[in-house]
Write a protein that binds this ligand. Structure first.
Ligand SMILES: [Cu+2]
Length: 645
């Protein structure tokens, strides 16, 4: 059979509203003598192609189904076809079997689509020796569902995890310089290879990628060009109010890349990134899904989800989240700025005002997964933002963080409406948020574009929010014994803290921990006590915070617990300390800042007549601490009072 190039068929159809479905039946191709009884079919012959113009009102995810079947005259099934979307080779695969007439469905990620006209070209390989019938094409908006990774036992019986593994494997096979490679993608979050500004020799003080014990074996060449690194790398937003939206865009872009790879491999068109819900009341889910701890896939090939530098809380490699201290009490916050989502910042790789979602569960889970090795001088990948994106579990952890944010919004809590948040750091003329599209082009995004998951056409298997306890309500009940939990008291603005007391001199925090006595200012103490005595629904008591300022060091994996007068004040991690301490880093070496709300402790001391003129702060390592690590220092421990009047 000779090659026959068919004339281009162009058919316009529109999806005026993303929630609508457009159904296109193709006319019988002229001259097709095959199966003429099926008068609504089109015939594509070897080397021929068909082109559709897809007109969209907005760039949504489109699920695009073709009812195709192969010619049966020569008995050839699974005919090779390729599909291009706006010139990008989207699918190089096979049609359905010959006579079953099942529609073959693909989902085109929004990164390949644009508002207005999009061109979809279906071609049959010129070397093929058969024909392809296309009966109809259906287009509709697709909403993907991100599922719980523990479905089907969290093993490879869960096809979400099996296809994730296969997709990650393809990304890992790509070169570091390829923006759609696993390595490049991890470097977007943070990297070790070059200095933070993209120039100069590699830092030598810390383990860099080439020193990480495999698996995976992380390539350190070939590097992309300096301008590409400056545009994309070291971008993650931590300790500031862009933490939730920046990470949402990061996951979304990865999901789009993986979705195409998975469909190209013949996987499902509705695959979405799963989430690991380590906060589920089902305690089995505290353990990392087993698919991540098996060195092999079911077909006995290497498992791309398996990572050796993942030591866990015990340092032995078994990854189980400890809850408590990991909890979801942040979900009972009612304010985004300075509370749930972080303090106001510009582009900050590491800022100084961490939101509660980021502190706990995000940071603590990072370090409980990564942990410190008991046999090597290194910590796990997840414990450092310059390594974390290398570990496939990272994206399931962040999928859960993103789910918590979506659930928090679902419960009626509002994101900032401030244009400086909505428009991202563009207003400050600094860096902006860029992700690579699957075709290698750059996607520039702002928080306003990722403000809700419905804008992005995905949802979660479970978006229910556990009933949280309102902190102020709890306090008023404790102080007055008169409120019920039905009275929800909104937290007040905490923009104007007043210094209540501070440590004198630098504090060294080693493997043995540290203690400090904080002298309290007498007049401020008087005001705090007055507010506690007069506490009522119409006269809210002061809040008191402990601030650990300028924490510096290099041991990112360590976790500490804090007590005040032997009462538990919470936990903090050193996630990000290496970068925050680097003198030439974005944060100019100012270190990390940790904020703990100790109002409930002050209440208890007051009720026991034990709020004296000082507080005893004790900071102790929680879990295995990296031995021989450079020391950790704290510039100052401050106690602050915030009036709620
Ligand atoms: Cu992170």
């Amino acid at each position: 059979m000779g090659t026959q190039v068919l004339p281009l068929q162009t058919i316009d159809f529109s999806v005026p509203n993303p929630s609508q479905t457009a159904n296109l039946s193709l006319p019988l191709y002229q001259g097709a003598g095959y199966r003429a009884d099926y008068t609504t079919w089109s015939l594509l012959q070897n080397g021929g192609f068909m082109q559709f113009n897809l007109n969209l009102s907005s760039a949504c995810r489109v699920s695009w189904g073709m009812n195709v079947c192969a010619a049966i005259s020569n008995g050839v099934t699974n005919n090779p076809i390729s599909i291009h979307v706006n010139g990008f080779p989207f699918i190089s695969g096979y049609s359905d079997h010959n006579v079953n007439f099942h529609p073959v469905v693909w989902t085109i990620p929004p990164s390949l689509l644009k508002a207005g006209n999009n061109t979809i070209t279906v071609s049959l390989d010129a070397t093929a020796s058969t024909q392809l019938f296309i009966r109809s094409v259906t287009v509709s908006e697709a909403v993907l569902t991100r599922n719980n990774a523990w479905n089907n036992g969290g093993s490879f019986d869960n096809s979400d995890l099996l296809w994730y593994a296969k997709g990650v494997g393809v990304m890992m096979s790509r070169a570091l310089s390829d923006p759609t490679s696993w390595w490049f993608y991890a470097a977007i979050h943070g990297q070790y290879i070059v200095d933070n500004d993209g120039s100069g020799p590699p830092p030598t003080d810390y383990p860099n990628w080439g020193k990480i014990p495999p698996v995976p074996a992380v390539p350190i060449t070939p590097l992309p060009g300096a301008s590409v690194m400056a545009q994309y790398w070291d971008q993650c937003q931590h300790a500031g109010w862009y933490f939730p939206p920046w990470h949402r865009g990061y996951l979304y872009a990865l999901e789009n890349i993986l979705s195409i790879i998975i469909q190209q491999l013949g996987g499902p068109s509705d695959w979405a990134l799963p989430y690991w819900n380590y906060l589920d009341s089902n305690t089995q889910q505290l353990t990392m899904p087993p698919a991540f701890s098996s060195p092999k896939l079911p077909d006995n090939t290497a498992n791309p989800l398996y990572v050796t530098a993942r030591y866990g809380l015990s340092g032995t490699g078994k990854v189980v989240i400890a809850a408590p201290p990991v909890n979801q009490s942040c979900q009972s916050n009612t304010t985004y700025t300075n509370q749930y989502g972080g303090g106001v910042t510009g582009f900050e790789h590491f800022g100084s005002s961490t939101g509660n979602l980021e502190s706990n569960p995000h940071n603590i889970v990072h370090n409980q997964i990564g942990g410190n090795s008991t046999t090597t001088p290194y910590y796990g990948l997840m414990a450092d933002p310059g390594l974390a994106g290398l570990d496939p579990i990272f994206y399931l952890h962040h999928s859960n963080i993103d789910r918590l944010w979506a659930a928090w919004n679902n419960a009626g809590n509002q994101n900032p409406t401030d244009s400086n948040w909505l428009n991202g750091p563009s207003a400050s003329a600094g860096r902006q948020f860029y992700m690579p599209n699957p075709d290698g082009t750059a996607w520039l995004y702002y928080p306003s574009m990722v403000n809700s998951i419905s804008q992005l056409d995905y949802t979660y298997q479970d978006l229910t929010l556990p009933a949280g306890k309102n902190q102020m309500t709890e306090r008023l009940f404790t102080l007055t014994q008169s409120l019920t939990e039905k009275n929800i008291i909104p937290m007040q603005n905490d923009d104007t803290p007043e210094l209540f007391g501070a440590s004198s001199g630098k504090i060294n925090l080693g493997a043995a921990g540290a203690e400090a006595k904080i002298r309290l200012d007498a007049p401020v103490r008087g005001n705090v006590l007055k507010s506690l005595k007069e506490a009522a629904e119409t006269s809210l008591p002061d809040d008191v915070y402990l601030l650990l300022e300028g924490i510096k060091g290099t041991a990112d994996a360590n976790i500490y617990s804090v007590t005040v007068n032997n009462l538990n004040a919470g936990y903090f991690t050193l996630f990000g300390i290496r970068k925050a301490t680097m003198k030439d880093g974005h944060h100019a070496g100012a270190g990390l800042t940790v904020k703990l709300n100790i109002s409930a402790i002050v209440d208890e001391l007051h009720l026991n007549d034990a709020l004296s003129d000082s507080l005893d702060v004790k900071i102790m390592p929680d879990g295995n601490v990296l031995q021989g690590a450079a020391p950790v220092t704290i510039d100052r421990i401050g106690v602050y009072r915030v009036s709620n009047k």
